[in-house]
Design a protein around this ligand. Structure first.
Ligand SMILES: [Zn+2]
Length: 405
């Protein structure tokens, strides 16, 4: 059945217009591609000097820590730590424990410590956390809301408590994946950034307190320090991605040289075996992005490689068709069944939640408007690439009944 909501794609990479904040120029090139081109004009040596100036302002000679590196044990955080050690800094790594840690993620975190750093791990009450994960999955279609909050609040809380004001965050996701112009050149990560771009989807702590037995006491680590506390401690958070030309793949290679372990094959729904390995909920998180926006991790990965000339757009498109948005039956070391069991959710509830958050305009539906799923429960997107406008119109008017993409 024809759908009216054709997805428009970047003519250079594969990022669709459904991505929030996505814009295109007159040639149909997206803002993430434009940003990447802009990088060629950046004087990276000058940025490196800027970084040195910043680090020197916070460098300490009394043996105490001079910055915090929030880490997951992934390839990027491993490289953030390597970079800070190269710069002669004495970082304290802070790990906000993920929802469902994987064994490979734990090994990589341990490997990162072997670079020669201290690590503080903050884990939150797993019973409350599972309840939060279920509530946020059912209400905003994101199982990772609590994790997303904790990743950003916990290192800042430690910065305040331990009086280590400088936080070295990783990439600026708006710069790497596309976003509003003012956000892409920003190098400060603060509360305002978190609320606007942190992916919290407008959901706040008070939305979960008082439900399923979740109390204020369960939320301590999810509270961002007050403005007063931040001011007293002089907290400043910066994106390292502003100072160095970020490339996740290059980071994976560098991290691997320091013992970082990759998954034996591409992660489910992705085109990479070197990221999103620490939290086993990532498969469900990414699947919901796919059903809401019509693209998943494989599109992100393919687009990053296309921009850097490592993959043709044609091959990228083929890979995306094969890998993007597969139903999350398994993810690395776990199964959907196991995760649903953890968060006390039935398979029926899960499917109802999937249906609730699927943008039905982006996928094939039957004559009753119901989503069509294949044997593996996978959906079919209506178009994976730009289609001829005249043809779109003809299909929308039902002059042409089917187009095979
Ligand atoms: Zn693009």
């Amino acid at each position: 059945m024809p759908n009216k909501n054709w997805i428009k794609y970047c003519t250079k990479c594969l990022i669709p217009a459904t991505r929030p904040g996505q814009t295109y120029d007159e040639k149909g090139v997206c803002n993430a591609c434009k940003e990447f081109e802009f990088r060629k004009q950046v004087d990276w040596e000058a940025r490196d000097r800027e970084l040195d100036t910043l680090l020197n302002q916070y460098r300490r000679t009394d043996g105490y820590y001079d910055c915090i590196v929030p880490v997951s044990g992934g390839k990027d955080s491993t490289c953030q730590v390597i970079k800070m050690l190269e710069k002669g800094m004495h970082p304290l790594c802070v790990y906000a424990a993920v929802d469902k840690p994987s064994d490979i993620g734990k090994r990589n975190l341990e490997n990162m410590r072997q670079l020669g750093v201290d690590l503080v791990e903050v884990s939150t009450n797993p019973i409350a956390r599972n309840k939060m994960d279920k509530i946020s999955l059912m209400e905003i279609g994101d199982i990772s809301w609590a994790e997303n909050v904790a990743i950003f609040t916990i290192p800042v809380r430690i910065a305040v408590q331990m009086k280590i004001p400088l936080l070295i965050w990783g990439e600026n996701p708006q710069n790497e994946f596309g976003g509003p112009k003012e956000a892409t050149h920003n190098h400060i990560l603060d509360k305002r950034w978190l609320e606007e771009f942190g992916g919290l989807l407008g959901f706040e702590n008070h939305h979960v307190v008082g439900r399923e037995g979740i109390t204020e006491k369960d939320m301590v680590q999810f509270n961002y320090p007050s403005d007063e506390e931040l001011k007293v401690a002089g907290v400043k958070g910066v994106f390292l991605g502003y100072f160095v030309p970020w490339d996740g793949y290059a980071h994976a290679l560098l991290a691997q040289g320091y013992g970082f372990e990759m998954w034996p094959k591409s992660n489910e729904g992705a085109l990479a075996n070197y990221e999103h390995m620490d939290n086993l909920h990532a498969g469900i998180h990414d699947y919901f992005k796919f059903i809401k926006l019509g693209f998943g991790r494989a599109t992100d990965h393919a687009s990053l490689h296309i921009r850097r000339g490592r993959l043709s757009r044609k091959h990228g498109l083929e890979i995306v068709k094969r890998n993007d948005g597969k139903f999350p039956w398994t993810y690395l070391e776990t199964t959907l069944e196991e995760i649903l069991d953890d968060i006390d959710m039935s398979f029926e509830e899960f499917m109802q939640t999937c249906d609730k958050f699927t943008n039905k305009d982006l996928f094939l539906t039957d004559e009753n408007g119901e989503l069509i799923r294949d044997k593996g429960f996978n959906l079919t997107k209506i178009n994976y690439d730009n289609v001829d406008e005249a043809l779109m119109e003809a299909v929308d008017k039902q002059e042409v009944m089917s187009v095979n993409y």
